[in-house]
Design a protein around this ligand. Structure first.
Ligand SMILES: N[C@@H](CCC(=O)N[C@@H](CS)C(=O)NCC(=O)O)C(=O)O
Length: 267
């Protein structure tokens, strides 16, 4: 029995299947398929041209949700879908929500357009600068054009504003595709690690934050390399050490988990 996952490690759907197989304790091979430059005959394996596909001996299964359901029946232990009927239906709904609701809205227009496509095709993303969302204080509600779609974005500077924004959403007064919360006003430029401002200037003076942000944008603009996936040093690191984007080692070393740090507060 040999299991082969066909796809690229960067795809969240491929990762879902790989995580599922890992939880099932099943070994498999990963065969790299770039859906934007597919191998010949790919449509015969994947009629919609998408990744992932799973090869189990002679059999080929498509679509991450179908693959996971297949694996659940094929290898019942340990069970990964809930036993309770209602919880099972809810798990399927969450998968459908991501597949049919969230990803088609955000995934194709934001993740695929700005991250996946440039990474897989080597063609630059449409835009690098999203000046509409830039702010160092208060709330900002704006539309960002990505491809043919207008993405409604809400930005909250500081947690008090995050509450105001989320209360509006909960009350049904606003709907956003993306909400960005800057825990510090303006982001790190308004954070606790910044140097004290000159005498007479307030620590969170919006003008000071704008100047700091402006300096960072100017530095970024002056760089020849502005995208990490085009940086030869990053590419080399992936090739010679991490073993490719989305590899197990990259995941272990480059991802973090959030949990309460105890005791709380400054000691
Ligand atoms: N519903 C599918 C979605 C798979 C999907 O959209 N995969 C993307 C990569 S993350 C893809 O292959 N895109 C290429 C295309 O749509 O042509 C699943 O769960 O497997």
């Amino acid at each position: 029995m040999s299991l082969v996952v066909l796809g690229a490690g960067v795809s969240p759907f491929v990762r879902k299947v790989r995580a599922f197989l890992a939880e099932k304790g099943r070994s498999y091979q990963l065969e790299m398929v770039n859906p934007y430059a597919p191998p010949q005959g790919w449509r015969e394996i994947s009629p919609l041209g998408r990744i992932p596909a799973l090869r189990d001996g002679e059999r080929v299964i498509n679509d991450s949700s179908v693959i996971c359901q297949y694996l659940e029946r094929r290898f019942p232990q340990p069970p990964l879908y809930p036993h309770d009927h209602g919880d099972f239906a809810r798990a399927l709904w969450i998968e459908e929500y991501m597949d049919g609701g969230f990803v088609p809205t955000i995934g194709s227009r934001v993740f695929q357009a700005l991250v996946l496509q440039p990474l897989l095709t080597g063609k630059p993303a449409d835009r690098l600068e999203f000046t509409e969302v830039r702010a160092v204080e208060g709330l900002r509600e704006t539309y960002v054009a990505v491809g043919e779609r207008n993405i409604h974005v809400g930005v909250a500077n500081g947690l008090t504003n995050a509450k105001v924004l989320l209360d509006k959403v909960l009350a049904g007064q606003e709907q956003f595709h993306v909400i960005e919360v800057m825990a510090c006003p303006g982001g790190c430029v308004g954070g606790g690690g910044q140097p004290y401002p000159p005498e007479g200037v307030k620590v969170l003076d919006p003008e000071l934050l704008r100047q700091r942000a402006g300096a960072l944008y100017a530095i970024d603009k002056s760089k020849t390399l502005r995208k990490s996936y085009e940086n030869p040093a990053v590419e080399e690191l992936y090739q010679s050490f991490l073993g490719g984007p989305g590899s197990e080692k990259a995941h272990k070393l480059l991802h973090t988990h959030y949990h309460a740090r105890l005791p709380r507060g400054i000691r």
